[in-house]
Design a protein around this ligand. Structure first.
Ligand code: SF4
Length: 492
């Protein structure tokens, strides 16, 4: 398969990093659902963030116009993304930065590894970057003998716990403070043995641990929330100050940014700096917004490299329905309202991008067959669309991805699933009025399976997949058609 990257032919993404799920969502979700501590942690954290977000969003009179503006800016930007990217490249270069283009995870990892090796350093500090998680950069650096230290508190907890992030904004949302204390005592050198699980005590331990890293690191790797094409400025929005330390103290700064993070002008940023903090942390304004443009002599890193990452994005951009997933500003509001995410957590999605946005983004970046179960990991309730600050219609994309999965499976000659057999049979019955009428009458036999209270307990396979987790009411004694004919038909 060939795709385009700035109009150039490219190969399909190689080395998609952590985007490809190893297990199907239902299998992973079943395991997560049996962990009552995990469910308690998730329910507590998501309901807290939900309430904070609702409160601060409710204060903004023009919230809906802001959402519309965010959507419009993103749509217009994506329509001319190639031009804006070239403008960004020219502006970064003019201010002393170096721009690198990476078609996929392998290329991006290779570029960053060579850049670090050229400095002679074997350690880097990192400020939270989903793009580097997406490409598996830490693992690639480790293979080259380079240690990467996460500096965001939650990322640090995940890294020390040899764990995976389970939330976009709060990667350690699945951990409670007793578990965090245990991880620190086990993995953090020099931590006081009488460390309590009091949040300020845990934060202080992390601060001391990280400060030593900040002061010794010569190279930092960052992501970017936004890139401003007109001036070549990159921005990181964060709450802990670790980003500011990473972006100012080291001698070399390497930023890995997905190409979709670009905005044409500073004026566009005004909208997103209002939408993002309220939607993500439930704050009116985030504590730290760091912006840098190329290299400034005598101030901050003296070498700056920007790696622009495609990794399946141009393929997603080519999809008329799915391309709006690239508008995502990674606020995580859709995760916090999703009834599926709230019960399973992020690990069940098997992808660096969890929750509703992961269910639409990951299959598009890897190809639907590589994350085939994710588009089904939704009740289609629409809560994600309602809260999304850039109005991504996630339910519609999910439905379209399901269609693509069904069609690709059929076209590829793969063995149809039980569900597909049932759906094909249902389509055959429903496409003929006589068959539909006879099926309705035959369905009354289902009453024989009903237990007390009019519920059918279990259906035989493949229909058992439905009754395992849902109530199925027994069919009524009379079909709707028969009732209509008896009570409303002309001449009665
Ligand atoms: S899809 Fe919308 S709500 Fe979800 S993380 Fe992205 S911007 Fe936020």
């Amino acid at each position: 398969m060939t795709e385009t990257f700035l109009g150039l032919p490219t190969t399909a993404p190689r080395g998609v990093g952590h985007l490809r799920g190893d297990r199907s969502f239902p299998a992973a979700a079943r395991e997560a659902l049996s962990d009552s501590q995990l469910r308690h942690n998730l329910a507590h954290a998501t309901s807290t963030i939900r309430a904070k977000r609702a409160r601060v969003v409710g204060e903004v009179d023009d919230w809906e116009p802001l959402r519309l503006a965010g959507e419009a800016i993103k749509t217009a930007t994506m329509a001319r993304l190639d031009e804006h990217l070239l403008t960004l490249e020219a502006a970064v270069t003019a201010r002393g930065g170096v721009v690198h283009w990476a078609r996929d995870a392998n290329e991006a990892n290779g570029i960053v590894t060579e850049l670090v090796q050229a400095t002679g350093e074997t350690e880097v500090v990192k400020v939270k970057s989903m793009a580097t998680q997406e490409i598996g950069l830490n693992e690639a650096l480790a293979e080259a003998g380079i240690a990467a230290y996460e500096t965001d508190l939650a990322e640090l907890i995940v890294q020390l716990g040899d764990d995976q992030p389970s939330h976009i904004l709060v990667p350690a949302i699945h951990r409670n403070r007793a578990e965090i204390r245990e991880i620190f005592l086990r993995e953090m050198p020099g931590v006081p043995r009488d460390l309590t699980d009091d949040p300020p005590a845990l934060a202080e331990a992390a601060r001391r641990h990280l400060r030593a890293k900040f002061l010794s690191a010569k190279v930092a790797v960052s992501g970017a929330n936004f890139g401003i094409a007109e001036t070549g400025t990159l921005l990181v929005v964060e709450s802990e100050g670790n980003g500011r330390m990473c972006l100012t103290l080291p001698e070399t700064l390497i930023t890995v940014m997905g190409v979709e993070k670009l905005l044409p002008t500073w004026r566009d940023l005004e909208v997103f700096l209002q939408l993002l903090p309220r939607s993500s942390t439930g704050e009116r304004m985030n504590p730290y917004t760091s912006a840098w443009t190329g290299v400034t002599p005598g101030d901050g890193p003296q070498a700056f490299h920007l790696v622009l990452l495609d990794n399946g994005r141009s393929a997603a951009l080519a999809d008329e329905v799915g391309r709006s997933a690239l508008h995502c500003i990674r606020c995580s509001a859709c995760l916090n309202v999703c009834p599926v995410y709230e019960r399973t957590g992020g690990h069940a999605y098997g992808s660096v991008y969890p929750g509703p946005i992961g269910a639409v983004l990951s299959p598009q970046l890897t190809g639907v067959q590589d994350n085939a179960s994710l588009p089904y990991a939704s009740s289609l309730c629409g809560a994600c669309f309602d809260v999304c600050p850039v109005r991504i219609d996630i339910p519609s994309i999910l439905v379209d991805l399901r269609r693509r999965h069904v069609e690709e499976t059929a076209a590829g000659g793969r063995v149809p699933s039980g569900e597909q057999v049932v759906m094909a049979a249902a389509a055959w019955v429903m496409s003929d009025v006589g068959r539909w009428r006879r099926a309705g009458r035959a369905g009354r036999l289902g009453r024989l399976l009903a237990r007390r209270r009019g519920q059918i307990g279990t259906l035989p396979p493949p229909l058992s997949g439905w009754t395992t987790s849902r109530d199925l009411p027994a069919p009524p004694e009379e079909t709707f058609r028969d009732w209509w004919a008896r009570t409303r038909a002309p001449g009665r």
